[in-house]
Design a binder for this molecule. Sequence first.
Ligand code: ZN
Length: 433
Amino acid sequence: MTRLILSITIFSLFFAIDASKVNAQTDYANSNATNRAKFLAQATSILESVPLIDGHNDVPIQYRSRVRYKLSQLDFHNTSDLQRPMHTDIPRMKAGRLGGQFWSVYVPTNVPESESVQITLEQIDFVHRLVDAYPDFLEIAHTADDVERIFGNGKVASLMGMEGGQSIGNSLQVLRQMYELGARYMSITHGRTLDWADSATDTPRHDGLTGFGEEVIREMNWLGMMVDLSHASAPTMRDAIAVSTAPVIFSHSSAMGLNNHPRNVPDDVLDMVKENNGIVMVTFIPSFIFEELHQHISNRNAERARLDYYYTGQPDLVSEKMREWDAANPAPVATLETVANHIDYIKNRIGIDHIGIGGDYDGISLLPEGLKDVSTYPDLFAELLYRGYTEEELKKIAGLNILRVMRDVETESIRLQSERPQASEAIIGDYQD
Ligand SMILES: [Zn+2]
């Protein structure tokens, strides 16, 4: 979740939907009900045979912002009837056949950096307490084997990913303790450039990773914590893949070849991911997947800046003119098919073995049509079946690919710890750059 996304989604809520601008739907969406029911049944049975593992879900930050983590005040059996409904709860996870979830332990970008470690600890504590509160449905997982065992027992394997290197406070000691507490991936940055790594959505300071940043990657490999490059700048992505001896992940990103958004993965980096045997877990965030919407937001921001200048000191008039602009320029609407287009694109470029799913549910307000909450995953897989994907291919996208990456990361960690039994002694002050 970023402030940028929040502001985009908040204003997007006020737009009327213009049907003519909805991303072109495939024949499948318009095909008859019997046809759709057949594909949906097949998709559902595939998702019952392998765990569907989503790379990114922001339920923990929702509980922080809504009820200060008081589980007694927000029942995870039903979050759909709230005044501001959430996307995730137990019945809808069951309906969506979710088998494993990386819960994001996320720190808002606008809090002082000195508080990031504490908030990450609170987020991790929350995930443990959520799992404790719903033991018949959730169980903590640390390894790929854990995920398969828990899925086999009919529960949702609960993993944790730290969203941004601010969570370790420039300290490998903190990084290692976060691993001990269960964090199994770390996004190298969130929306802000750090002392040791550039973000995709902030001014670059290092042209990628610093020397200490490279040491963070090595220590993550050594620990067996996955390197997540969602939110990192393209030079940071390239530097991290060059250093990492284990496969990397993108927990929630899509293809820059289809939408030139800095949060997406450029083609040359996709090629590196194939070489590295990593994975891109395709995200559903409308402005990242739909170029027309990305351009619309750019145009709207430009119009806003123009009006602010032209009508300086007249905020009411600016608001009125913006309402007129919005009425004349409805926001284009992303759909389930838009997401499937990114999966097609990545498959065509680097093959089926490097694709997963990273919805970002509860990290954004607005979702594509057809993917409104976690109950809708089977609809996306039905669309892919309609497009000609095989059952084996869908099993890989659903979970087998990320399980392979997890196992490779675990194996590489064992190899590295046998080579170097001691943790790194490096501190950020050892590095001049
Ligand atoms: Zn994010």
